[in-house]
Design a protein around this ligand. Structure first.
Ligand SMILES: NC(=O)c1ccc[n+]([C@@H]2O[C@H](COP(=O)([O-])OP(=O)(O)OC[C@H]3O[C@@H](n4cnc5c(N)ncnc54)[C@H](O)[C@@H]3O)[C@@H](O)[C@H]2O)c1
Length: 381
């Protein structure tokens, strides 16, 4: 059956014909992740990266030139969108607090958007993004490159195959012992730029891994906790003075009820006195899947996965060998976005799913602030 489907997929791929018109792309925010976007766009023969914007004067031009390209340079997202009249798409590579305003402005001006993860900071922003997307009719994809990883696809295939039976409980999360991200400055640890710490930065990946695998059921309630416990200790940051601006969480945990009778137990850490806050475990009535603890961002799994089940009344384990990737997941993220624009395909990582990811993240933050369980409400848009 799989080979028949693969053959169909190949035929579908062949049917795509590039019409000779290059897709004009702008990059908004010229920091660390923008380089990965630019390098992947440069590998697409049907893409021309024409413009760059950054709030820091001179940064956009320096960034383009350091990567061996030239374009037009702007000091903000608005300036770029207002001046580039025949732009097809932008990558929004700003820090989290600027995700919503940049994305909404681009969509309102008829520009397709590849938005970096996490989708945004608050649920209100997420709803505003979805409203702008719907009104625009443009493609909006969220930058979850692990989606293209073969091991992540295998997690989804296992869940969908029915081998686990009815899935009723998931434990997920991950993290690092000393991994508060400050090698390129403080945009990840300041409240006014990041808005969320480990919870938004790497928590969104572990949530996407399991929620995507089980078809993104709607979250119903959240009991969450988050805290900044290590960010004021100089040894955890690149420079001791960064402790003065640290203002986000470096640990979060939550208990989430999902539609369909699934409970989700979640924990995430940028720093901790432990090797892992636990493997990912997906429990079903016919089998359980253990995914060794991951680094959370690059789609890797920590080793071969195991399915625990019964055969002829005996407890047995089936080890799933690690899958090899054919190509780079960052390239696939960019390629899938361009294909969606060029061939009128659905968004590769759609907001209809990621709004639930954001609802959980923002819900954990809200529940933690309030000190109690909250119901998740997602208004119609
Ligand atoms: N997918 C991944 O693997 C991955 C990896 C790293 C970061 N990210 C995400 O990418 C985003 C950026 O991370 P980074 O490490 O590149 O951060 P960064 O701080 O290095 O770069 C962000 C840049 O955006 C600029 N900026 C902010 N608002 C702007 C605006 N309105 N107009 C123009 N420029 C603006 C800033 O001046 C800064 O130079 C974050 O949301 C992060 O979560 C994703």
């Amino acid at each position: 059956m799989a080979s028949i489907l693969d053959a169909f997929k190949e035929k579908h791929e062949e049917a795509k014909v590039y019409n000779g018109k290059k897709i004009k792309v702008g990059i908004i925010g010229c920091g660390w992740i923008a380089e990965a976007h630019l390098k992947s766009y440069l590998k697409c023969e049907d893409v021309e990266v024409v413009a760059f914007a950054d709030l820091v004067p001179g940064k956009a031009e320096a960034f383009a030139k350091a990567n061996g390209v030239e374009g037009r340079y702007y000091n903000s997202d608005k300036e770029l969108i207002d001046n580039e009249k025949d732009l097809d798409a932008v990558s929004v590579c700003t820090y989290n607090r600027e995700h919503a305003p940049c994305t909404i402005y681009a969509l309102e001006h008829g520009v397709n958007v590849l938005l970096e993860k996490p989708m945004c900071v608050t649920m209100e922003e997420a709803v505003d993004i979805c409203k702008a997307e719907k009104k625009s009719g443009k493609i909006l994809s969220i930058g979850f490159q692990p989606r293209f990883d073969e091991n992540m696809k295998m997690v989804k295939k296992i869940c969908e195959s029915g081998v686990l039976g009815k899935i009723y409980y998931i434990q997920t999360g991950g993290g690092r012992r000393m991994g508060i991200p400050t090698p390129f400055g403080t945009s990840f640890i300041q409240e006014d730029t990041a808005g969320l710490g480990a919870l938004g930065d790497i928590g969104c990946y572990s949530l996407d891994m399991v929620l995507n695998a089980i078809g993104y059921p709607k979250p119903l309630t959240v009991t969450g906790f988050k805290a900044g416990l290590f960010g004021k200790k100089p040894e955890y940051l690149q420079k001791p003075e960064y402790t003065e601006v640290f203002g986000v969480d470096d640990f979060a945990a939550a208990y989430i009820r999902l539609e369909g009778g699934v409970t989700l137990d979640f924990r995430i850490a940028w720093a901790m006195h432990c090797d892992t806050p636990g493997d990912t475990i997906i429990m079903g009535t016919e089998g359980g899947l253990r995914i060794p603890s991951t680094e959370c961002w690059n789609g890797s799994i920590g080793g071969p996965m195991t399915i625990y089940h019964n055969i002829a009344g005996e407890c047995v384990e089936t080890v799933i060998p690690e899958m090899q990737n054919d190509g780079d997941n960052f390239d696939k993220k960019i390629r899938s976005f361009i294909d969606a624009i060029e061939f009128n395909l659905p968004s590769p990582v759609p907001t209809s799913q990621i709004i639930y990811n954001q609802a959980i993240i923002s819900g954990i933050a809200k529940s933690s602030d309030l000190g109690r369980e909250i119901e998740i409400e997602i208004p119609e848009f």
